[in-house]
Design a protein around this ligand. Sequence first.
Ligand code: 5GP
Ligand code: ZN
Length: 135
Amino acid sequence: MTDCIFCKIIKGEIPCSKIYENDKIMAFLDIMPVNKGHTLVVPKEHYETILDLPDDLLNELIVSTKKISKAVMKGVNADGFNIGVNTKEAAGQIIMHAHLHIIPRFSNDGLKSWPQSKYAEGEMDKVRESIVKFL
Ligand code: 5GP
Ligand code: ZN
């Protein structure tokens, strides 16, 4: 896609700190990292969200992410990592080219995960039913 930043990075039109590439996948450092080593794993072909990816490409993306995560962990001496996928604007997706975030984590990095809430009595069953009917 011509006006997509990640497509431009993949074509080499915008520079990046590339850490991995195969025929279908590319990974590079996020320019504004949550922690140092924060990596984006991206299919070379343009799809807007991970829901749009063909299953075989999604498999490639996940398997590559596993391989790259191990290197990121070792490379920055992390204690753990989060894998994040922001899907659609409401969930914080800014770049509309599907990608996974690998965010290295350190025992003392002070980051908190998202806040949690509670279900009212009986609400959990209703929510479960509303979801499973689409599967
Ligand atoms: P999203 O919110 O869409 O899941 O995340 C997009 C990510 O891309 C952000 O974390 C942002 O810092 C990163 N990003 C945006 N523009 C560039 C760029 O030009 N180069 C690199 N390496 N990362 C970028
Ligand atoms: Zn793109």
